[in-house]
Ligand binder design. Structure first.
Ligand SMILES: [Zn+2]
Ligand SMILES: [Zn+2]
Length: 276
């Protein structure tokens, strides 16, 4: 099993109350070798309370540093972040500058870039789908992702590529990844050309989402490899300790069935290849 979880949220994220050390204790119980903390930084989040998805990175990293010291030699701790990439016209330029500053001014192990919002709506909520054709919603999401992966350069790993499906308030069978191949191929080519990793996010395997696949699933992973991609990461997107390394056994099986031989584990924003 992949023994390193590269996508976890602690109480520095607006939607988690988990103590960082609890992930380490849980990781040791599970026999993991390490974890990267990737708390949410979603600037300009339009819902109340204002700034809920922003955190003090220096304070968080100071806490992670003391844990690194405490567990040195027994458990690896990566200092990362998950940044929200905004694609709405009129927001991007300022957002890109802010994010470049945020990332440029500190040392990170891994920066996950994710698209969580469309048209100023958090895709976690069903509002985005109201009175819209679900296929058009997915198409628009991928268009936004294609823009984001070309426009922003301050990330290493693109998070949960077809994330929009996770919260679709309808039967998920309408989503057939190959229907969107033209645009997802463009996204994958752009990631490969820019040396960015594709994350395989196992949170979407939770039965509640009705997907029975990670984000993205095997069709997209295979295309990434066919197109020449070599950088894949695995993350549980845990928001509490019990979700750490969630269904990593299934994630690994899927990766292997797609022909993946190595997982990229990011250290100092560079991939270290780990054999599967
Ligand atoms: Zn995310
Ligand atoms: Zn996340």
């Amino acid at each position: 099993m992949v023994l390193y979880d590269q996508h976890t949220h602690t109480y520095f994220s607006g939607d988690s109350s988990e103590e960082p050390e609890n992930y380490i204790k849980r990781g040791l119980e599970l026999g993991l070798s390490g974890v990267t903390f990737t708390d949410h930084m979603d600037y300009d989040y339009p819902y109340e309370p204002a700034g809920i998805f922003e955190f003090d990175v220096d304070k968080a990293f100071a806490e992670f540093d003391s844990l690194k010291e405490k567990y040195r030699g027994s458990f690896d701790i990566g200092k990362g972040i998950e940044i929200g990439l905004r694609t709405e016209a009129g927001k991007c330029e300022e957002m890109r500058e802010r994010l470049n500053r945020l990332i440029g001014e500190r040392e990170y192990d891994a920066v996950i870039g994710s698209v969580h919002m469309l048209d100023n709506i958090d895709l976690f909520y069903a509002d985005y789908w109201k009175d819209k054709d679900p296929r058009a919603c997915v198409e628009n999401y991928f268009k936004a992702v294609l823009f984001a992966v070309g426009y922003y350069d301050c990330f290493d790993i693109f998070g949960h590529l077809d994330y929009i499906i996770r919260y679709a308030p309808c039967e998920k069978s309408f989503y057939v990844p190959s229907d969107y191949r033209d645009i997802t191929d463009e996204i994958l080519k752009k990631l490969i050309e820019r040396g960015k990793a594709l994350e395989v996010n196992t949170k979407s395997l939770k039965p509640d989402y009705g997907l029975n696949a990670p984000n993205p699933g095997p069709e997209v992973i295979k295309r990434y490899i066919e197109l020449g991609g070599e950088l894949l990461t695995l993350g549980s997107d845990a928001h509490f300790k019990e979700a750490l390394a969630y269904r990593f056994d299934t994630g690994e099986e899927i990766l292997k069935s797609c022909g993946v031989k190595y997982i990229a584990v990011y250290r100092n924003r560079k991939p270290v290849m780990m054999k599967l």
